[in-house]
Write a protein that binds this ligand. Structure first.
Ligand code: PCA
Length: 207
């Protein structure tokens, strides 16, 4: 059956961290079935030069009906449902290949911004009903996550049957121990929230 796959991506650890909860949580969903759709998880490099080619390869391989990219955001207390990806890069730290692009577009000549096509309001309400902390965010930053979110939505413009979006998640409790004062969320709760996001997104797919 075509369009039966859900693609969830997470990132490699970056910025000196040993783990990235986005990948640990995505991995837990690999092989799951949600509302009859098979979930495939893929890891993206936290590298400007290779993250989008890697994502494109996964899109071609799976031809998904829904894509959720997940990234870690230190300082966040809950799920940040990203509304908008901007065509701009301003890396605060080097990526995992040592590149630190500043004041450069993601896609020269591309539109200034792309919006997520997931039903963010319904997802927010579903997360809150489950007692999970969540908000809608209007900036995914200007590092690799925004870069991937922008590239994802640019790619999905050519795949109108596929909906997509990006969610940032907090550090894990074990990461917060090494980053005193930073809020955190357990991997179990992150996994539970991602399942809710995917289920709500699938329920509201057109057709
Ligand atoms: N977070 C970074 C990139 C990889 C990740 O998990 C970001 O917010 O851009």
């Amino acid at each position: 059956m075509r369009n039966a796959t859900v693609l969830v991506t997470g990132f490699e650890p970056f910025g000196g961290e040993a783990v990235n909860p986005s990948w640990l949580a995505a991995q837990r969903l690999d092989g799951a079935r949600i509302l009859g759709k098979a979930v495939a998880a893929a890891q993206l490099p936290t590298v400007f030069a290779t993250a989008l080619p890697t994502l494109d390869a996964w899109l071609s391989q799976h031809d998904p009906c829904l894509v959720l990219c997940v990234g870690q955001a230190q300082g966040e207390t809950g799920f940040c449902l990203e509304r908008v990806a901007v065509n701009w890069t301003d890396a605060r730290i080097p990526d995992n290949a040592g590149a630190q692009p500043v004041d450069l577009p993601v896609l020269p000549g591309g539109p200034p911004a792309h919006f997520a096509t997931l039903p963010l309001r319904s997802i927010l309400q579903a997360l809150h009903r489950a007692g999970l902390p969540a908000r809608i965010s209007h900036s995914a930053g200007a590092f690799v996550c925004n870069h991937v979110f922008y590239g994802l939505m640019q790619a999905l413009a050519a795949r109108p049957a596929c909906r997509g979006g990006f969610v940032h998640i907090p550090l894990l409790p074990e990461q917060a121990v090494r980053n005193p004062g930073q809020p955190s969320l357990s991997l179990d709760l992150v996994e539970a929230g991602l399942r809710i996001i995917l289920e709500t997104g699938l329920r509201e797919l057109p057709g």
